[in-house]
Design a binder for this molecule. Structure first.
Ligand code: MG
Length: 219
């Protein structure tokens, strides 16, 4: 089985370190904190494109790279020294430990974070050893494309072609559910982000739990 994990609201809560890093980057580059952002399930490429449009600036590879360079510095600083009340979410350590010990399990990330942003968050919360590869919000602005990228990388990494029924996407938003279904996979939705069990179920999650310590029936 292939288990593809979202980060924010699913594995960890950064306590606002990421949002503040975006606002600080906007202040540095555009002299304003930027527009209100709907971060739930968004990709970082999509967010940065939206911020550029908000400021009336055309996004180019150069301007996006410059944005991400600064954002990554701010994020690293906020995580390590910013005093944000971040945490690993309930049940995550136990679930990852159980899955890692299960023969035939492959764990990876499927996240809207950039690869560097995801790595910074996973290192900070000491979860990085669980996730040798992933698909990231720096790969594509459309989250529904990230599942295909994750499958290609899973093949490169393991030599296996995972079938849709062998894949679970674990996430906390309707966008995680859509992204799972875009590759025919199932979604385990967890209500530790902004959405309730009822909402996630209504959006078509294949299994929904209040938190990841309530998955004993699932695995
Ligand atoms: Mg999330």
């Amino acid at each position: 089985m292939l288990f593809l994990f979202d980060i924010d609201g699913t594995l960890v809560d950064t306590g606002g370190a990421g949002l503040q890093a975006l606002e600080e980057t906007n202040l540095s580059l555009f002299q304003a904190p930027g527009p209100p952002l709907d971060l739930a399930g968004a990709t970082d490429l999509g967010i940065v494109d939206y911020i550029h449009r908000h400021f009336g600036i055309e996004a180019s590879d150069k301007s996006i790279n410059r944005y991400f360079d600064l954002y990554h510095q701010r994020l690293e600083w906020n995580l390590s020294r910013g005093g944000f009340p971040g945490k690993v979410l309930s049940g995550v350590h136990d679930l990852l430990g159980k899955l890692a010990a299960r023969p035939g399990s492959t764990l990876a990330l499927l996240t809207g974070n950039t690869q560097a942003g995801a790595a910074a968050k996973m290192r900070h919360f000491q979860l990085d050893h669980h996730f040798p590869f992933g698909a990231y919000g720096s790969d594509h602005a459309d989250r529904n494309q990230l599942g295909h990228i994750a499958l290609e990388r899973a093949h490169t990494h393991t030599g296996k072609h995972f079938q849709p029924e062998e894949i679970w996407v674990i996430g906390d938003t309707p966008k995680d559910i859509a992204c799972a279904h875009a590759i025919g996979a199932r979604c385990l939705a967890v209500a530790t982000g902004r959405f309730t069990v009822e909402e996630l179920t209504a959006f078509g999650a294949d299994h929904t739990v209040e938190s990841l310590d309530l998955i004993s029936n699932w695995i």
